[in-house]
Ligand binder design. Structure first.
Ligand SMILES: Nc1ncnc2c1ncn2[C@@H]1O[C@H](COP(=O)(O)OP(=O)(O)OP(=O)(O)O)[C@@H](O)[C@H]1O
Length: 259
């Protein structure tokens, strides 16, 4: 197994609060990893560190890129995106006044090769690339089951479908690592089941490494191969779903809740 991400002793302090404390993780290429923990445990902060939204207070985040290890901790988010790291957010962040298709096309700008001049002058390369972008965007919408809604305004989509659109936007940058922050939040059981199948499908099709934060334990236990557990900023456990269910520290952290 090849390591794709290596997190070493990562820490993030906000004033006196240590939101992420000395966290280490090793993620292998193609793994589907769950990141769980009670409210306020530091899960989103960890994602924000991994994607450049926050600068670490200390520690390292190493991303393997063509057998080279790159230290990405503290890099600007767009630089991390350019290395093939995509994410979705807990609070949906779509362009609400754009159509479903436009939302994906905008996210694809990174892959467009024509220059600004070609775009202004409407040179043939511009049209060729525009067509390519449109086709690729449509293909992604088919993948996530939103093709028939491509001309709808994003804001008119029901919640569960907006989350799917977010995934299509994340896929538009052709990532190798995909972080999903509570992808099933607000979904009904049927939508959650379909989402689970979608995550499995895109992971296989695009050879993705997926790390997801999720409170829906049935989803996590069903699809994740390994699970990391955060509590008060510290990584208290890591293991297979079976191991995690039986881990006494995890059971204590979740006291009173069903795992
Ligand atoms: N920008 C910030 N400034 C100050 N404190 C912050 C900031 N971001 C997060 N925190 C604090 O860090 C801690 C961890 O928050 P975080 O949102 O990472 O937890 P979480 O595990 O994602 O929680 P939830 O499951 O509720 O989304 C919390 O105490 C939170 O209040």
């Amino acid at each position: 197994m090849k390591t794709i991400l290596n997190v070493k002793n990562l820490t993030k302090n906000f004033g006196g609060l240590c939101a992420v404390s000395n966290v280490s993780m090793t993620i292998n290429e193609g793994e589907l990893i769950g990141l769980i923990g009670p409210n306020g445990a530091g899960k989103t902060t960890l994602f924000n560190l991994l994607t450049g939204v926050y600068e670490p207070s200390s520690g390292l985040i190493e991303l393997m890129d063509q057998n080279k290890s790159i230290q990405i901790g503290g890099l600007k988010p767009y630089k991390i995106t350019n290395l093939g790291v995509a994410r979705t957010f807990q609070n949906i962040r779509l362009f609400k006044s754009m159509t479903v298709l436009e939302n994906v096309k905008v996210a694809m700008h990174k892959n467009i090769r024509y220059g600004t001049l070609a775009a202004i002058l409407r040179l043939p390369t511009y049209y060729k690339e525009e067509k390519w972008v449109e086709e690729k965007a449509e293909e992604l919408l088919k993948e996530v089951g939103l093709y028939s809604l491509r001309n709808e305004l994003a804001t008119n989509l029901p919640y569960g479908k907006q989350r799917r659109l977010e995934i299509a936007r994340a896929l538009a940058i052709q990532p190798k690592i995909l972080y999903l922050d509570e992808p099933a939040a607000g979904m009904n059981p049927q939508e959650t089941k379909e989402l689970t199948e979608l995550i499995d499908h895109i992971r296989e099709k695009y050879k993705l490494t997926v790390i997801l934060i999720e409170h829906d334990m049935s989803l996590v236990m069903k699809i994740c191969e390994r699970i990391y557990v955060l509590n008060y900023g510290k990584m208290i456990a890591n293991g297979t779903p079976e191991e995690i269910k039986q881990n006494e520290f995890v059971v204590k952290a979740y006291l009173g809740e069903e795992i």
